[in-house]
Design a protein around this ligand. Structure first.
Ligand code: GTP
Ligand code: MG
Length: 138
Protein backbone atom coordinates (compact mmCIF):
# COMPACT_ATOMS: atom_id res chain seq x y z
CA UNK A 1 0.00 0.00 0.00
CA UNK A 2 1.11 3.54 -0.77
CA UNK A 3 0.19 7.12 0.07
CA UNK A 4 -0.17 10.12 -2.18
CA UNK A 5 -1.06 13.77 -1.75
CA UNK A 6 -4.08 15.28 -3.50
CA UNK A 7 -5.59 18.76 -3.64
CA UNK A 8 -9.03 19.84 -4.79
CA UNK A 9 -8.29 23.20 -6.39
CA UNK A 10 -10.18 26.53 -5.98
CA UNK A 11 -12.14 26.20 -9.26
CA UNK A 12 -13.68 22.99 -7.89
CA UNK A 13 -14.33 24.09 -4.29
CA UNK A 14 -16.01 27.22 -5.71
CA UNK A 15 -18.39 25.05 -7.78
CA UNK A 16 -19.17 22.80 -4.78
CA UNK A 17 -17.58 19.70 -6.40
CA UNK A 18 -15.72 18.31 -3.36
CA UNK A 19 -18.15 15.43 -2.85
CA UNK A 20 -18.29 14.46 -6.52
CA UNK A 21 -14.49 14.44 -6.76
CA UNK A 22 -14.17 12.44 -3.54
CA UNK A 23 -16.66 9.89 -4.92
CA UNK A 24 -14.45 9.34 -7.97
CA UNK A 25 -11.37 8.90 -5.76
CA UNK A 26 -13.16 6.38 -3.54
CA UNK A 27 -14.66 4.50 -6.49
CA UNK A 28 -11.09 4.06 -7.79
CA UNK A 29 -10.18 2.33 -4.53
CA UNK A 30 -8.36 5.25 -2.91
CA UNK A 31 -9.00 5.83 0.80
CA UNK A 32 -9.08 9.44 2.05
CA UNK A 33 -7.10 9.11 5.30
CA UNK A 34 -6.71 12.86 5.95
CA UNK A 35 -8.50 15.88 4.60
CA UNK A 36 -8.70 19.60 5.38
CA UNK A 37 -9.94 22.77 3.75
CA UNK A 38 -7.33 25.54 3.64
CA UNK A 39 -7.13 28.99 2.03
CA UNK A 40 -3.47 29.36 1.02
CA UNK A 41 -1.76 32.75 1.03
CA UNK A 42 0.14 33.61 -2.18
CA UNK A 43 3.40 32.97 -0.28
CA UNK A 44 2.24 29.48 0.77
CA UNK A 45 1.03 28.61 -2.74
CA UNK A 46 4.34 29.88 -4.14
CA UNK A 47 6.27 27.70 -1.71
CA UNK A 48 4.18 24.62 -2.53
CA UNK A 49 4.75 25.12 -6.28
CA UNK A 50 8.41 26.26 -5.97
CA UNK A 51 9.50 23.54 -8.45
CA UNK A 52 7.62 25.45 -11.15
CA UNK A 53 9.06 28.88 -10.29
CA UNK A 54 10.86 29.29 -13.63
CA UNK A 55 7.88 28.28 -15.74
CA UNK A 56 5.97 30.99 -17.60
CA UNK A 57 2.68 30.14 -15.87
CA UNK A 58 4.07 30.28 -12.29
CA UNK A 59 2.58 33.69 -11.42
CA UNK A 60 -0.82 32.71 -12.76
CA UNK A 61 -0.66 29.36 -10.92
CA UNK A 62 0.18 30.98 -7.58
CA UNK A 63 -2.56 33.59 -8.01
CA UNK A 64 -5.14 30.91 -8.88
CA UNK A 65 -4.14 28.53 -6.08
CA UNK A 66 -4.52 31.31 -3.50
CA UNK A 67 -7.78 32.67 -4.98
CA UNK A 68 -10.05 30.49 -2.85
CA UNK A 69 -10.09 27.46 -0.56
CA UNK A 70 -8.45 24.18 -1.51
CA UNK A 71 -9.03 20.77 0.06
CA UNK A 72 -5.73 19.06 0.94
CA UNK A 73 -5.93 15.28 1.16
CA UNK A 74 -3.86 12.19 1.82
CA UNK A 75 -4.95 9.17 -0.22
CA UNK A 76 -3.95 5.61 0.57
CA UNK A 77 -4.20 2.46 -1.52
CA UNK A 78 -2.44 0.04 -3.82
CA UNK A 79 -0.24 2.07 -6.22
CA UNK A 80 -1.91 5.24 -4.90
CA UNK A 81 0.35 7.68 -6.79
CA UNK A 82 -0.29 6.14 -10.22
CA UNK A 83 -3.91 5.32 -9.48
CA UNK A 84 -4.66 8.91 -8.46
CA UNK A 85 -2.97 10.29 -11.61
CA UNK A 86 -5.11 7.93 -13.66
CA UNK A 87 -8.35 9.11 -12.02
CA UNK A 88 -7.26 12.76 -12.38
CA UNK A 89 -6.66 12.52 -16.13
CA UNK A 90 -4.32 14.63 -18.28
CA UNK A 91 -3.26 18.12 -17.10
CA UNK A 92 -5.12 19.66 -20.05
CA UNK A 93 -8.80 18.65 -19.76
CA UNK A 94 -9.10 18.69 -23.56
CA UNK A 95 -6.71 15.71 -23.55
CA UNK A 96 -8.15 13.92 -20.50
CA UNK A 97 -9.74 10.47 -20.90
CA UNK A 98 -13.48 9.93 -20.43
CA UNK A 99 -14.57 9.44 -16.84
CA UNK A 100 -11.55 11.20 -15.34
CA UNK A 101 -11.96 14.09 -12.88
CA UNK A 102 -10.40 16.61 -15.24
CA UNK A 103 -12.47 15.45 -18.22
CA UNK A 104 -15.68 15.80 -16.22
CA UNK A 105 -14.94 18.92 -14.15
CA UNK A 106 -11.85 20.91 -15.21
CA UNK A 107 -12.30 24.29 -16.90
CA UNK A 108 -8.86 24.76 -18.49
CA UNK A 109 -5.21 23.68 -18.25
CA UNK A 110 -4.78 26.10 -15.32
CA UNK A 111 -8.14 25.65 -13.60
CA UNK A 112 -7.94 21.89 -13.73
CA UNK A 113 -9.75 20.97 -10.48
CA UNK A 114 -7.17 18.68 -8.85
CA UNK A 115 -3.49 18.23 -8.04
CA UNK A 116 -1.81 14.88 -7.47
CA UNK A 117 1.78 14.03 -6.51
CA UNK A 118 3.94 12.80 -9.39
CA UNK A 119 5.90 10.19 -7.39
CA UNK A 120 6.29 8.62 -3.92
CA UNK A 121 9.10 11.01 -2.85
CA UNK A 122 7.15 14.10 -3.93
CA UNK A 123 4.11 12.62 -2.17
CA UNK A 124 5.98 12.38 1.15
CA UNK A 125 7.18 16.00 0.85
CA UNK A 126 3.76 17.33 -0.12
CA UNK A 127 2.01 15.39 2.67
CA UNK A 128 4.37 16.87 5.27
CA UNK A 129 3.79 20.37 3.85
CA UNK A 130 0.15 20.14 4.97
CA UNK A 131 -0.18 17.39 7.61
CA UNK A 132 1.49 16.19 10.80
CA UNK A 133 1.76 12.47 11.52
CA UNK A 134 -1.03 12.81 14.10
CA UNK A 135 -3.48 13.85 11.39
CA UNK A 136 -3.00 10.73 9.24
CA UNK A 137 -5.63 8.19 10.21
CA UNK A 138 -5.06 4.99 8.22
P1 GTP B 1 -0.48 18.85 -10.77
O1 GTP B 1 -1.07 17.60 -10.26
O2 GTP B 1 -1.30 20.05 -10.38
O3 GTP B 1 0.99 19.01 -10.46
O4 GTP B 1 -0.66 18.77 -12.34
P2 GTP B 1 0.24 18.07 -13.39
O5 GTP B 1 1.33 17.28 -12.75
O6 GTP B 1 -0.71 17.37 -14.30
O7 GTP B 1 0.87 19.32 -14.16
P3 GTP B 1 2.27 20.07 -13.94
O8 GTP B 1 2.96 19.58 -12.72
O9 GTP B 1 2.98 20.05 -15.24
O10 GTP B 1 1.77 21.56 -13.70
C1 GTP B 1 1.30 21.93 -12.41
C2 GTP B 1 0.06 22.76 -12.56
O11 GTP B 1 0.39 23.98 -13.20
C3 GTP B 1 -1.05 22.16 -13.45
O12 GTP B 1 -1.90 21.29 -12.77
C4 GTP B 1 -1.79 23.41 -13.88
O13 GTP B 1 -2.73 23.81 -12.89
C5 GTP B 1 -0.69 24.43 -13.98
N1 GTP B 1 -0.28 24.57 -15.38
C6 GTP B 1 0.45 23.71 -16.13
N2 GTP B 1 0.61 24.18 -17.37
C7 GTP B 1 -0.03 25.39 -17.40
C8 GTP B 1 -0.24 26.38 -18.41
O14 GTP B 1 0.22 26.26 -19.54
N3 GTP B 1 -0.97 27.49 -18.04
C9 GTP B 1 -1.46 27.65 -16.77
N4 GTP B 1 -2.15 28.76 -16.48
N5 GTP B 1 -1.29 26.75 -15.82
C10 GTP B 1 -0.60 25.63 -16.12
MG1 MG C 1 2.71 18.06 -11.26
Amino acid sequence: TQRTFSMIKPDATKRNLTGKINAKLEEAGLRIIAQKRVHLTPAQAGQFYAVHKDRPFYGELVEFMSSGPIVAQVLEGEDAVAKNREVMGATNPAEAADGTIRKDFALSIGENSVHGSDGPDTAAEEISFFFSGLELVG
